[in-house]
Design a protein around this ligand. Sequence first.
Ligand code: QV4
Length: 476
Amino acid sequence: AAAARTTPDDEALVQLFQWNWDSVAAECEDFLGPNGFSGVQVSPPQEHVVIPFAEGGNHPWWQDYQPVSYRLDNTRRGTAEEFAAMVRTCRDNGVRVYVDAVVNHMTGDGDGVGSAGTSWAKYDHPDLFGDGTASYGYDDFGPCYEEIANWNDKEEVQNCQLVGLADLDTADPRVRDHIKRYLNGLVDLGVGGFRVDAAKHVPEAHIADIFGNLNTVPGFGGTPRVFYEVYGDATVPYTAYAPYGEVTNFDYQRDVAGKFKDGNIAGLAHMPDYGGLTSEQATVFIDNHDTQRYHPTLTYKDGDRYHLAAAFMLAHPYGTPVVTSGYDFGDNVTEGPPSTGYAEGNPAGWITEDTDCSTGAWVCSHRHPTVAGMAAFRASAGDTALVQRATDGNGRLAFDRGARGFAAFNATGDTWRLTSDTSLPDGTYDNAAGGGTATVSGGRVTVEVPANGAVALHVDGECEDDCGGPDPGTGD
Ligand code: QV4
C-alpha cells in the first residue's frame, strides 16, 4: 500500500548526518518520499573551517560547526548547485529539507582558509556572502569573549563562548540581519525549516526576532518549521524556547533510550511531558550525532534493540520523531565521514563520498526492516489516541492507535506469542516493522512478536491480494 500523505504535524524525520547533497537527493527520491518520511535534517551547508590532521587521516566531522561564511558554494558535501538541486528533488518527492543552522558562533581559535576559499581568523570573517557586502569583525562578537565556565549562570551560557567558539553578538540588529539573510536565502531555495544549533546559547529575544521574521517557504507554503537544540536544565529550561518553535527533548532521549537498553519498556505507553514539553512542542530521538558519540545510551552499535526503540518512537504519538542515520565511526568520536580522499586544488579538503547503505561504512537506520515501514504507520495513525492493549509488566508492550493501528514491541530475548483485543478493522495486514502478515478477526489479533522485534499493523498496510509476507495458508 502507498504511504499516506502527512502534514508537518505528523511528520517523521530522518537526520542524514554528514550525507553529501547528491546522496540526500537520491535518498529522497528512492526511499524517503516513497516510504512516507516527510522531512530530512541535513548537516550544515555553509562554508566551514578545514581542520588539518597533523598525523593525516580524515578531517573531523565537527568542522561543519565552525562557519567561515554563509556561502553554500563549496563544502565537503558538494556545491551550491548540488545543494539547490537536492532541495528541489526532495520537495518534488514530498520531503522537506531541514537545515542545521549554526548561528550562535563562527570559528574557534586560529586562522585559515575555509572550504570555499574564504580567509578567516577567530574574530574576522571578511566576506559572509561572497560578494563583499557583509563581514563580521571584532565588535560583532561578544559581549563576552571568554569560554563559558559556569553553566549555572544563564548570562554566561548565552553570552560567552561555547567551547571557545567566537560568539556572535546577536543583540546587534546588524548581526541578526546577516543571519536572516543567510536563512532567507535557504528558505527561498525551498528549505522547509531549521534545526537551530546551540539555540540555548542565543538569548530568547534574539531567537524570536530572527526566526519570527523569515520568508514564506515556496512550494510548501507557510513559515519555516523550526527545531531548537536545547539541552534543558534548571538554568535554561526547554520551555524557554517553546514559544518560538519545537525543542529537542533530551529528557525523552535519555529515558526512552535507557528503558529500551534495559528492556524495561512496559510503562512507556503513557508518557509524561518530558522536560515540561507537550507533544506538539517536542522533537524526539533515540540518539543524535552528539549523544551517539558523547553519551551513548543506545545507538546503531546496539543493533536490534536500537531499531526496536526507533520503531517504537515512530509508533508512539508523543513528539516529532527524528531517526538518525550517519556512518560508522568505530571508537573514534572525531572521525569524519567516509571520504574519497584529498581533492587536489579543492579547499574543502577531504570530500565526502556518495552514501552506500550496503557496505557497513554508512549507517542507514531508517532503512532497517524494523524501522523502514514505520513512517507509513505514523502517517496512518494520524492524530488518533493511544490505547494500551497488553504488557508483561516489564519488557513487552502493545497498543492501538485508535482504530487505525496496532503495534507490539518485545524488548526481551524470547518470542512473544500474543493474542490481544484491537480496534483495527478485520482484515489481513502487512507487518510494517518487519516481515510477515497478521490477521484481525472479530476484534482480536494473534501475533508472534520476534525477540527484540516488533509487529506493527495499520489501515494503509492492509493487504488483500498483495500481502508481502508468506501466505499463512500455504507458506508460499
Ligand atoms: C577546544 C577546547 C576549548 C578551547 C578551544 C580553543 O575544548 O576549551 O577554548 O579549543 O579554541 C571543537 C573541538 C573542541 C574545541 C572547539 C573550538 O572538539 O575541543 O575547543 O572545536 O576549537 C561540535 C563538536 C565540538 C566541536 C564543535 C565545533 O561536538 O566538539 O568543538 O562542533 O567544531 C552543549 C551545547 C550544545 C552542543 C553540545 C555538544 O549546549 O549546543 O554541547 N551541541 C551542538 C552540536 C554540536 C556542536 C555544537 C553545538 C557547536 O550538536 O555537534 O559541537 O556548534 O550541550
